[in-house]
Ligand binder design. Structure first.
Ligand code: ATP
Ligand code: MG
Length: 482
């Protein structure tokens, strides 16, 4: 029996279980690797392809049209090329392929093709463009379109901190200018809110606002979504307008611009400079007048430095730059936003909450809010769902019990852990975790008791636990006044 080594077993399993199609030919153009995923994609049986001459198996191909043979000849790799074909089972397939020459001791010994099936994704992206179009038609025909949900204006941006007021001022100027806008802010800081406010407060408000996220869509699809396709251009495509055409006269929000590939960023820049687009595979230049608002959740200079944002595109977009500060840098807004959100959810949930307890507010001030306003909103919504019916002021326990983020992210424990009291340094301890946690609990309770002059009822309230629970713990840890 032939001896099989570990690497071969690993390779065989990868080839078998991956959903990426893999096809390798040797220098005689004979297939030496052909996995299940590739067979599924091409609608063929492995046995039909393996160990056979490539052109014999695919008679419709020739030395010019087969990417594998082309790469074998030219020794040049082809990366991320979209291919479209009808497979042997009559199914239309769209895939993104990369074909790479295989070198051994400086000699080309074969070629490898890997194929990602994006047929479903492409269908979805086409549907997306059609849907945008339907919304557009609806907006044109329907008077109630003014009630479209999520249509924000500046009055919806809540904040008193100078930093946010300053950002709003710049945004208001942006609304009256045709120039491009670049908005930078962490996730949940309100970039979409700002972008919509700029559009709906400006001259273009009666034209379309279309938002497109640039992350998580393969470059070849995004290009089609943006610029449209002409029949047969984007392989196998039908004529379809892109969102640039759909947004004509209006505003296009390009979310997470730094996730767009470098190549596409160059194409976008050309469009912005020249003022017209050309559909993929088309020959006609179509003039467009679209205001671009781009957003990013990474400091633009950093994106340029790490090579995810083109400098030339940055200068083009950065005509008006709005930085939305994270919530933790505008503490004033925590209170204003909390009140606003409580009112909002009073209406939605039919509640009558008047505010939040001081200790909750203090924890809010000390918390980092990496999810920013969105996180605050989720948190308050959850607590308001959880709080008992007669609650007037939201308490710590409403938050602890109703929301994982509080218990997991230590919103209430953070400031105490940061105190570094006693042996809170987990690394240097040689106790078990339960003992370690008990030790922390003991310290927290002791401190609360001291702060409340050993009044059990008050301390229990501050700690957000029942009086009986605290009494039990005081006994357990033998806590007495020093
Ligand atoms: N200043 C604010 N006033 C009122 N609501 C706000 C404010 N900032 C954000 N929000 C609310 O927080 C939520 C998140 O805002 P938005 O979607 O605009 O954030 P984003 O910056 O686009 O986030 P992401 O980067 O994750 O896309 C929305 O529900 C929005 O209405
Ligand atoms: Mg957003």
């Amino acid at each position: 029996m032939a001896k099989v080594n570990l690497n071969e077993v690993i390779l065989q399993n990868i080839l078998h279980y991956t959903d990426i199609g893999i096809h390798v030919i040797n220098k005689d153009k004979k297939t030496i690797v052909y996995n299940e995923a590739m067979a599924r994609l091409e609608g063929l049986d492995i046995e039909h392809v393996l160990n056979r001459d490539l052109l014999e198996v695919f008679p419709s191909l020739n030395e010019d049209t087969s990417t594998l043979i082309k790469v074998l000849m030219t020794k040049q790799q082809i990366i991320d090329e979209t291919q479209s074909y009808i497979n042997s089972k009559g199914k239309k397939i769209i895939s993104i392929n990369s074909t790479i020459p295989l070198f051994l001791n400086g000699e080309v010994v074969g070629a490898l093709e890997i194929a990602k099936d994006i047929t479903n994704l492409k269908n979805l992206s086409d549907k997306l463009v059609d849907l945008q179009k339907n919304i557009k038609i609806l907006n044109n025909n329907d008077k109630i379109s003014n009630n479209r949900i999520n249509k924000y204006t500046f009055k919806d941006i809540i904040g008193k901190d100078e930093k946010i007021i300053n950002a709003i001022q710049i945004a208001r100027r942006a609304a009256n200018s045709p120039s491009s806008v670049l908005i930078y802010g962490e996730t949940g800081t309100g970039k979409e809110l700002f972008a919509q406010s700029i559009h709906y407060s400006g001259k273009r408000s009666n034209k379309h606002f279309i938002a497109q996220n640039c992350a998580s869509i393969p470059e070849s699809l995004l290009e089609g979504i943006l610029f449209g396709t002409e029949k047969g251009g984007f392989t196998g495509a039908i004529a379809r307008e892109g969102i640039f055409e759909q947004a004509n006269g209006g505003t296009l929000l390009l979310d997470e611009i730094n996730s767009m590939s470098y190549g596409l960023q160059a194409k976008l820049l050309r469009v912005l400079q020249e003022g017209y687009i050309r559909r993929i595979g088309g020959i006609k230049d179509i003039p467009i007048d679209v205001k671009i608002i781009a957003t990013t959740n990474e400091e633009p200079t950093k994106s340029i430095e790490n090579g995810t944002l083109r400098k030339d595109l940055f200068f083009r977009l950065n005509v008006i730059y709005i930085k939305i500060p994270p919530l933790r840098e505008r503490k004033k807004d925590i209170l204003v936003l909390s009140k606003y959100l409580i009112n909002k959810y009073n209406r939605i949930l039919g509640r009558d909450i008047a505010g939040i307890d001081d200790d909750v507010l203090e924890a809010f001030y000390n918390y980092s809010w990496y999810g920013n306003v969105r996180e605050l909103e989720n948190c308050i919504e959850a607590a308001m769902n959880y709080a008992p019916g007669n609650r007037r002021f939201l308490q710590k326990e409403d938050f602890i019990s109703s929301s994982n983020i509080f218990t997991n992210s230590n919103i209430f424990e953070n400031p105490i852990i940061q105190d570094n009291e006693g042996d809170l340094d987990f690394k240097s301890r040689n106790k078990s975790l339960p003992l370690y946690l008990q030790n922390i609990e003991k310290k927290i309770i002791m401190r609360s008791l001291e702060e409340n002059k050993f009044n059990i009822t008050k301390a229990a309230k501050k700690l957000g636990i029942k009086r009986q629970t605290l009494q039990h713990k005081v006994k357990k840890y033998s806590l007495t006044a020093k």
